[in-house]
Design a protein around this ligand. Structure first.
Ligand code: TYD
Length: 134
């Protein structure tokens, strides 16, 4: 899996902290879209899909949540709970977000505009497309 945690350089001064996210600097692609998720029921899961070509970095700006990633090479669960750390998710990785704290704000930056055609939302279809068996 091509996933990786990216620790951002935090600009902290007497009045607080700031984290710049910049295309092809601390974000490994050209940013074309930004979105954020909040107000998620802690009992509910989100994601449960892959995107065939999208590159994404997610950052938990407040609170915490878990992100489980899976592809042909294995699976991994990350607990995101710091605004200075992003998780890179490459193409064709199945992702499932869960265990959201009620104050969680999850920011995502992506290299493409929203395109439903890039999604695979059916897990069995994903396994087939990704060459996973069993
Ligand atoms: P969805 O992909 O189901 O969210 P999650 O991965 O968090 O479970 O998206 C929820 C809705 O929002 C769905 O109708 C598609 C829409 N959407 C956009 O319009 N633009 C976007 O950039 C994203 C990510 C989703």
């Amino acid at each position: 899996m091509d996933d990786r945690l990216i620790r951002f350089d935090v600009k902290t001064n007497k009045s607080g902290s700031l984290v710049p996210l910049e295309s092809l600097k601390n974000i490994p692609f050209d940013i074309k879209r930004v979105f954020y998720i909040y107000g998620v029921d802690p009992e509910k899961k989100r994601g449960q899909h892959t995107q065939k070509t999208l590159k994404e970095v997610v950052v938990c700006l407040r609170g915490k949540c878990k992100i489980r990633l899976e592809d042909a090479t294995g699976e991994k669960t990350f607990e995101l709970d710091r605004p200075d750390t992003g998780l890179y998710i490459g193409p064709m990785v199945w992702r499932e977000m869960s265990d959201f704290s009620s104050d969680c704000i999850l920011l995502a930056v992506a290299d493409q505009l929203y395109d439903e055609k890039d999604y695979v939302r059916d897990y069995q279809e994903y396994r087939k497309v990704a060459g996973l068996h069993g």
